[in-house]
Design a protein around this ligand. Structure first.
Ligand SMILES: Cc1cc2nc3c(=O)[nH]c(=O)nc-3n(C[C@H](O)[C@H](O)[C@H](O)COP(=O)(O)OP(=O)(O)OC[C@H]3O[C@@H](n4cnc5c(N)ncnc54)[C@H](O)[C@@H]3O)c2cc1C
Length: 390
């Protein structure tokens, strides 16, 4: 087993790291104040290819492996979360359904523009009464000649107000559960599709989350992704990519927090010595570094398994990575804030912002409880297989 990254990925990692340090981080404070992401930063994200890291070259992306994509996301996570919501979400849940399941004319209509950041995508699954239990969605779809007609309401949809295209999930028959769901790539300008209430979140200024409302929204049959009834599986496949990326995001954010913590405890003195020279603080730093290192290994393994293409392995590894990363970064964020004392809790420093930003990873793209359900069910499957009578 070789733990060294290939040379070309190390070069790529360093390029993104430098870009984030010089072109994105300088805007962090102003985005938090104004909620505006400067166009110059968006142009930089586009020219770096960060809207299409993992999208194949023939569709306008960089054609990187999932590992290459995760390395970029890890670096991106060291800047304000708005950048990740805008371009990282595009890479996975925003464009994967179109990449994998759209008819060629629909794929060619959207994917190159998505990969180059000329169009932003949204993924509309969650509804007011169906989040974790996504098979219970009630947004209805019915066929009408050469069209489909959708009615219903989605909520918390990231990028909805700025999206040019949405991957939308709707049911032909709510009583059929997961088997009744289909997925559609819908132009945001389609009549009958309306962006509803914007939802203010605890963090992530500069990004937008909103309701999406469908009122007799008529779309051509070519917008169907995959086959009728395949939508739930398509959603889960997109979420595997999302969860793998979120695992890497947590590693990047935690690594940024640890850097802040190391700098602070090396400078700040109490009781006649630097904080780092108190054994209690040393152990705290050790716990942060150890949990970060473990989560990074899990995140890279998930990326590697994603690239190997086995669906069951991919789903299991993605859940493990998101769960491990989300819980780890929360502990690291809280500990860092504690190490900074009052200044960590104040708005003078970025610590409290990162603490709020990283909290959401335990909720979106599948909560930590749902990730634990996947992990436990895998464990039970293995146990049952081993103990099955011959
Ligand atoms: C910032 C943000 C951005 C988002 N972006 C998008 C987006 O772009 N597209 C989209 O479709 N959705 C999006 N979401 C929605 C997100 O995916 C859901 O919030 C999430 O899936 C949880 O669903 P819920 O909020 O309905 O909680 P619920 O499903 O109601 O769950 C509530 C709590 O109960 C727990 N729970 C539920 N069932 C069980 C169980 N069987 N066992 C143990 N615990 C359980 C959950 O883990 C959770 O803690 C976003 C949410 C946020 C906060």
């Amino acid at each position: 087993m070789n733990f060294a990254l290939p040379d070309e990925l190390v070069i790529w990692q360093n390029r993104v790291r430098e870009f984030v340090r010089t072109q994105l981080q300088p805007h962090d404070a102003s985005i938090e104040q104004t909620g505006l992401v400067p166009e110059s930063a968006m142009a930089g994200l586009r020219s770096m290819g960060l809207f299409g890291t993992n999208t194949p070259r023939e569709h306008g992306g960089l054609g990187l492996s999932m590992l290459g994509s995760c390395l970029a996301i890890e670096e991106l996570a060291k800047a304000h979360a708005a950048f990740y919501y805008l371009c990282g979400v595009n890479v996975h849940i925003g464009s994967k359904a179109i990449e994998f399941h759209a008819r060629p004319e629909i794929r060619d209509r959207w994917l190159p523009d998505l990969a180059r950041g000329r169009v932003i995508a949204a993924f509309a699954l969650t509804e007011p009464e169906a989040g974790s239990d996504a098979a219970r969605i009630t947004t209805r779809v019915r066929r009408d000649g050469a069209n489909y007609i959708l009615n219903g309401r989605k909520t918390y949809i990231t990028n909805a107000p700025v999206a040019g295209v949405l991957t939308v999930f709707a049911t032909h028959d709510a009583s059929a559960g997961a088997k009744g769901i289909s997925a559609f790539a819908i132009d945001a300008r389609t009549a009958g599709l309306r962006i509803g209430r914007a939802i203010e979140m605890a963090a992530g200024r500069g990004s937008a989350h909103a309701e999406v409302i469908f009122e007799d929204c008529r779309v051509p049959r070519s917008c169907l992704l995959g086959e009728e009834g395949a939508g739930f599986g398509i959603a889960m496949r997109c979420l595997d990519a999302g969860r793998t990326h979120w695992g890497a995001y947590c590693v990047g954010a935690a690594s940024q927090l640890l850097s802040h913590a190391l700098e602070h405890v090396s400078r700040r003195e109490t009781f006649g010595r630097r904080l780092r020279d108190h054994q209690g603080i040393e152990w705290t730093i050790a716990d942060m570094a150890a949990s970060l290192h473990a989560a990074r290994l899990v995140a890279y393994e998930a990326a590697w398994r994603y690239d190997r293409g086995d669906a069951a392995e991919r789903t299991a590894a993605a859940a493990l990575s998101k769960y491990t990363g989300a819980e780890m970064v929360q502990r690291v964020a809280d500990t860092t804030l504690q190490l900074f004392g009052g200044s960590g809790y104040s708005k003078d420093l970025p610590i409290e912002r990162i603490w709020r930003e990283t909290r959401v990873v335990r909720i979106l793209d599948g909560t930590s409880e749902m990730m634990r359900q996947i992990i436990a069910r895998n464990a039970f499957r293995t146990f049952d297989r081993k103990n099955a009578p011959n």
